[in-house]
Design a protein around this ligand. Structure first.
Ligand SMILES: Cc1ncc(COP(=O)(O)O)c(C=O)c1O
Length: 403
């Protein structure tokens, strides 16, 4: 029997391009909110693969559907019809109020598609608009278009020159939209809750100013709901909660429950500007991806998961408030539903590492924020158990820094 932990980690160090800083743990099995490493140790997963394992791990209905699809038909390309893509598009359209769907494979591709379709819209009207307005602290992905609208200079600088025409605004200064959004602006692109930027909800005053700027200039609104959408906060789209009516929405992560699938949802008017050949991708919306996404949406909408998230999210919020009250190094708890950030007065790295050692998975974002994105299926008892472990990790780190 090989020592899977050491072999895998050594092989990774030797042969995988080192674009990730991985924690020294190898997971080989999951069950609900639990992950198990190669030594059989269980960890409570409060991160769900960064918001992807929305139904938890090894979800029985999803697993059965995937296995059934694998033994029926996986992929035919977009040269032909298959029975699952159009019903999934119809379902997403009905849920979002946006008429048409382009399928892709990831969040960054969904944003890439939205940005291209926004420019396509203005091109079709005979008044090309190159400009994009993006937000400070935004994260939209790593491909060139999405990266160009991503705030962190550290992600962008090594790959310059990027797509030109991006103007940055701070979500804390809504009045700046007056000058930033003009008749040359194709679209404003925003995450209703900024995830990688530190779980920062868009302030309602900024959302109101976005509505006003779009109405004033005709600029389209792209909502990147890759992380905060699809039930994460208890709503199908978090834009709705902010009173925003986007023309385009980017989806990813939770949609396939672990099977890679992304989607760009577009309004009737934007769809009218897009012609065959304008955009495409080989894998987009194949049978496996669509089957998984249909199961996820059934769970979310028809089988009560949305209501569950609202209750579980409120429970998590109460628990995190207690945690904050007990630890002076917690300066704020932000977010909504099952998307929460615990803002520390220091680097969150040691807390995340200590939490892993105590058997709970969270991650660090924006330096000082401990991020929680548990499976949407997490129970209140599991939340309590996770928070107990996080509480112990915070106590450990505080004790170490005091000594
Ligand atoms: C809001 C948001 N948009 C886009 C992306 C990129 O998604 P992907 O990593 O699937 O390309 C992410 C990933 O974290 C995200 O959080």
């Amino acid at each position: 029997m090989i020592d899977r932990t050491n072999d895998v980690q050594a092989l990774d160090a030797a042969h995988v391009l080192q674009t990730y800083r991985r924690a020294p743990v190898t997971f080989e099995r999951g069950d609900g909110v639990w992950l198990f490493d190669t030594a059989g140790r269980g960890y409570l997963d409060l991160l769900s693969g960064i918001g992807v394992a929305s139904l938890g791990h090894a979800h029985p209905r999803l697993a059965r559907a995937i296995a059934d699809q694998a033994s029926t038909l996986l992929h035919t390309s977009n040269l032909y019809h298959h029975p699952l893509q159009a019903p999934l598009a119809a379902r997403l359209a009905a849920l979002s109020g946006l008429e048409r769907v382009f399928f892709c494979n990831s969040g960054t591709e969904a944003n890439e598609a939205c940005l291209k379709f926004a420019r396509r819209y203005w091109h079709a009207r005979g008044e090309p608009r190159p400009g994009l307005v993006a937000l400070e602290h935004a994260f939209h992905g790593r491909t060139f278009g999405a990266l160009s609208a991503t705030w962190d200079e550290h992600y962008r600088a090594p790959f310059a020159p990027l797509v030109p025409g991006v103007t940055w605004v701070s979500p804390d200064r809504p009045a700046d939209l007056d000058a930033a959004v003009t008749s040359a602006t194709a679209a404003i692109v925003l995450e209703p809750i900024q995830g990688e930027g530190g779980v920062r909800p868009i302030p309602s005053a900024f959302a109101a100013a976005v509505r006003e700027a779009c109405a004033r200039t005709g600029a389209l609104l792209v909502a990147d709901e890759v992380q905060c959408g699809l039930g994460r906060t208890g709503a199908v789209l978090h834009s709705d909660t902010l009173g925003l009516k986007p023309d385009l929405v980017a989806l990813g992560k939770a949609l396939g429950g672990g099977v890679p699938v992304g989607a760009a949802l577009v309004s009737h008017d934007v769809a009218a500007a897009v012609a065959p050949g304008d955009h495409g991708t080989t894998y987009g919306g194949n049978l496996l991806a669509c089957r998984a996404a249909l199961v996820f949406l059934e769970e979310l909408v028809d089988r009560g998961l949305l209501e569950h998230v609202r209750e579980a999210g409120a429970h998590l919020k109460r628990g995190l408030r207690r945690l904050a009250a007990a630890h002076p190094e917690v300066v704020e708890v932000r977010g909504a539903g099952l998307m929460r950030g615990v803002v520390l007065d220091r680097d969150a790295g040691p807390v995340v590492e200590t939490a892993l050692a105590r058997g709970v998975l969270v991650n660090r974002t924006a330096g000082s924020v401990v991020r929680l994105l548990p499976p949407l299926t997490i129970t209140e008892a599991e939340i309590d158990q996770g928070l107990e472990r996080l509480d112990a990790a915070l106590t450990d780190v505080l004790a170490r820094s005091a000594s």
